[in-house]
Design a protein. Sequence first.
Length: 336
Amino acid sequence: MEDTHFSYKTLSRELYFPKFLVIAILTIFSIGPQYFLNLSFTINQIIIQNGFMASSDDMLYPSILSNLAFAIGVPLGPAFSRKFGLKQSYLTLIIVFLFGSVINLFSIGLDLFDLGRIIQGFSAGLLFLTILPVSLRSFPNKIRNTFLFMAIAGLFGSSAVGAYFGSISLRLDAWRWLFVLNVISALLCLIVGMLLLPRDKKESLDKRDFDKRGAVLLIATAACLSVPMINLQKLGFKSGLVWPFLAAAAVFLILFIWLDTTLENPLVPFRTLFAAKPFFGFMMAIVSHIAFIVSLAGVNGFLRKYFRYCLYFTISCLSLPIFGCCGIRINMYNFL
């Protein structure tokens, strides 16, 4: 029972909850809000723009910076959880995400709103590989596949729900209530995590040194990328605020990859990617994320010009996870 269930002792008896269900809830309601906000922000950003009296160029900042912060957090997550343990890491990061949600909820200007989205994106990125690998390490194949089905369906479903709620907020001409939902989801994860996640034993924690140089290079890469991503559309590739920063980002990225291939405890174990399964998983992640970012940019401009297509876009987003989940369910047992 202990291998497949989390336990919680009450005054009268001990309760057991399936691990895959608990981890699925902790995954979907901690990482899902990032996907939820990406799509809802794409649709209702005109409301936020008018509320803050900002320009359309100013609205690039929260979207780009939050996604870059998410990208920084993803490789840092496993190192964070190995160093401090699953429960302590998860609860700390959920509190950070909750703090970012509260900042967004009560923000009185775009600067505070940007800060809140950066905090949310960074903490969600850290959470991504903090909680998700738990299933791969501890669950039998049958339960692991069920968990992955629920987690993937929930994450893709979060994007669809974000599109739907973004349309509702556009109709209501109000957006702050979306961050109330983020606060509720973070509180749910905080309560469930405090009650059910087991504490890690001190002897099981990673005693090796953290890859500080790799973290600095990773942050420098993202910082250099943020400048051209914000200015490329307005100034063009030849601008001094575009190509020099792209070149610097490429240099930092190459140094980061070179450094992590030489370390015993790297942030990203690039040497393991030469095996077939990790390599194809790595490529799938890159292609899907690039496609997602491109679609965000394209849909953003499309919806500005054609408001009446907002409903059609929402229906399409809602249909995608249905077909995707069916395919995932059919192929899951063959893939793992």
